[in-house]
Design a protein around this ligand. Sequence first.
Ligand code: SF4
Length: 227
Amino acid sequence: MKNFVEIYDKIKSAVPEHHFEFKDDPFWILITTILSQRTKDATTDAAARNLYNKYHDCYGLAGAKPEDVKEIIRYVGFSNVKSKRIIEVARLIMDKYNGSVPGKYDELTKIPGVGSKTANIVLTQGFKIPAIAVDTHVFRISNRIGLVHEKTPEKTEEALKKVIPEKYQIEFNPVFVEFGKSICRPVNPKCNICPVNKCCDYYSNVYLKKINEKNKIKASGTLGKKN
Ligand code: SF4
């Protein structure tokens, strides 16, 4: 079994600190996470900040007109669907939860549009409760390295629970997200400069093999040349 703490420490020291547009505010962390699906961080953060400046809290957003919200979040992916969704979420938080986002996984996942990842982001970042939030970066990196060997985010979450000590669970997602954006990118990961390449399955099973094949092709090309 890989040593998570050793790997995590190396990754953490190689990446910039993750920017959170909202800290310690479960409602806006929830809204930002819903907006973030299939949208770049900077676009999501700007849209969420503009919403916050106009509506302030769930009561304000619950009374917003969908067309106004859609205009504010127009650069976010699926803005039409998301504008209606976040108003619906704000109304639910207001009516069912007296204006406070629930701090329990089972309640959070009853909210429309809130799946496991979003619920776990709200728990970890909004309430500082240990949980495993598996987004595309966490899924890809954990399986590439070989911390887990799973085919779905759901199974990856279950497997990572056994690998990541609780005290790391709150901050590991933002660290892996930054690592996924800067080094372990979806396409063309920078394995040659990666601080954990010595203990990464992808590095030894895929990356090094590709390099060796390239070198062989180069060498055979050089040998075939007439002087
Ligand atoms: S060696 Fe490559 S695949 Fe492995 S963690 Fe580093 S960047 Fe990702």
